[in-house]
Design a binder for this molecule. Structure first.
Ligand SMILES: *Cc1c(COP(=O)(O)O)cnc(C)c1O
Length: 407
């Protein structure tokens, strides 16, 4: 998580590179519009940097690339009017079947799935309560969410957006003590599960014993695909996942799935309804349908074949760079979050005179531009966001830069 945050910070302070914003741009677009020979190239026109993404599914790097079927769905959906609720209901039924949940709805990312899911827990089907949020006092709504200390990362803001406050616990005894008539939800963050003392099943059991609803954030925890249904089966009432990470749906989409009565209640806080905390979390019909197709494709794909492809790419890069004297490589697979073959590359400072930052900048400023993750004393990279063949470019560029800095 630390290196992820660091890289995001570095990115945000980077000046834009390249760029053809100049006197010829209006002419080019005018030509494109009138002749319709060449489609308008906004990347060129606006001077937006594109890059080979060997880093991973980072929001700041626009997540993942949607596949052709998803884009075709979006294109086709854009040609007709539909009732937003009708799209959500029909898609929700299909998604629920795919993920073995009672019900599901497409949200504006995992973050909004959490806000809306909790809103549903708080309000039930009471329209007055829906309109009162995020005001809880004097409404009869509950107001506390219990979470393990180790699970407290920035994303819990999604929950406090409802007006609830977080109550932090570490042990089972502390959970038992924290539960009271104000407890709305017990929240679990899968990516941090090794940072808490209480594991999934025990968390669910504790909540059930006290009749408290549970929610789990599995935003970046597919693959494995089984995680889409594992947590419903375990007893979590609500499961929240990102659509625009490994599943390659629209980046601004996610899925809230789980108990039927809670999803129905969550939808009362969603567009098209105004006077709700969720009115700004709109998902358009194109994205809702696109998300469904992306999920269907993800669930149906040959998981082993995908994995083998990612591994082969990692092996190619690893074999290439380890030929440079002083370089060491390690392949691993994070157990939690971004579960994909990952390559860590380090080098001996005495043999290669290069800082992590300098290597990242050289790769970024090269042609084509490449993004990797900076780590203490080296870099790491993944290959699941690469287009076919890009692993060769990444390998060559890494070898080049490491060789150039050899002393
Ligand atoms: C990415 C992420 C989120 C936010 O998901 P969005 O789909 O971008 O809204 C929430 N929790 C975790 C653990 C994440 O990695």
């Amino acid at each position: 998580m630390i290196s992820r945050r660091k890289i995001l910070k570095r990115l945000s302070t980077m000046p834009l590179l390249g760029g053809l914003v100049g006197s010829t741009a209006p002419l080019q677009s005018a030509l494109a519009a009138t002749t319709s020979l060449a489609p308008r190239n906004l990347v060129k026109e606006l001077g937006i940097r594109t890059f080979i993404n060997a880093a991973g599914t980072y929001t700041a790097m626009t997540g993942s690339l949607m596949q052709d079927e998803v884009m075709e769905t979006i294109q086709a959906a854009s040609k007709e009017f539909m009732m937003l609720d009708d799209v959500q209901t029909k898609v929700g039924e299909k998604i629920a079947a795919l993920v073995h949940a009672e019900s599901a709805v497409v949200t504006a990312g995992c973050f909004s799935a959490m806000t809306l899911g909790l809103a549903g827990v708080l309000t039930g089907m009471d329209q007055k309560k829906v309109e009162a949020l995020p005001q809880l006092e004097g409404t009869g709504m509950k107001s506390e969410v219990i979470v393990q200390k180790g699970h407290n990362v920035g994303y819990s803001h999604a929950l406090t957006n409802t007006g609830c406050k977080m109550v932090f616990v570490e042990t089972v005894e502390e959970v038992e003590k924290a539960i009271n008539e104000k407890t709305a939800l017990m929240w679990f963050l899968n990516i941090q599960s090794d940072q808490g003392k209480i594991m999934h099943q025990e968390w669910v059991n504790l909540a059930k014993k006290h009749n408290i609803p549970t929610m789990i954030d599995i935003a970046a925890d597919v693959p494995p695909v089984e995680n889409l249904w594992k947590f419903h089966e375990m007893g979590f009432d609500l499961v929240c996942v990102s659509g625009g990470k490994a599943m390659r749906g629209p980046q601004s989409a996610g899925i809230l799935m789980g108990k039927k009565h809670l999803i129905a209640a969550a939808r009362l806080s969603m567009p098209p309804r105004g006077s709700t905390i969720g009115r700004g979390m709109k998902v358009n019909k194109e994205e809702i349908l696109g998300m469904y197709v992306a999920l269907e494709k993800f669930v149906g794909q040959d998981q082993q074949k995908e994995w083998k492809m990612w591994e082969d790419r990692v092996a190619h890069i690893s074999d290439t760079v380890k030929k440079v004297n002083g370089v060491s490589v390690e392949t691993f697979r994070p157990e939690l979050g971004n579960h994909t073959p990952t390559l860590r590359i380090k080098w001996e400072p005495a043999k290669i005179n290069l800082t992590t930052k300098a290597l990242q900048e050289n790769l970024r400023n090269g042609d084509p531009s490449i993004e990797v993750v900076g780590e203490q004393g080296g870099i790491s990279l993944t290959t699941w966001m690469l287009k076919p063949g890009q692993e060769k470019i990444v390998a060559t560029r890494l070898k080049e830069e490491l060789t150039k800095a050899s002393v």
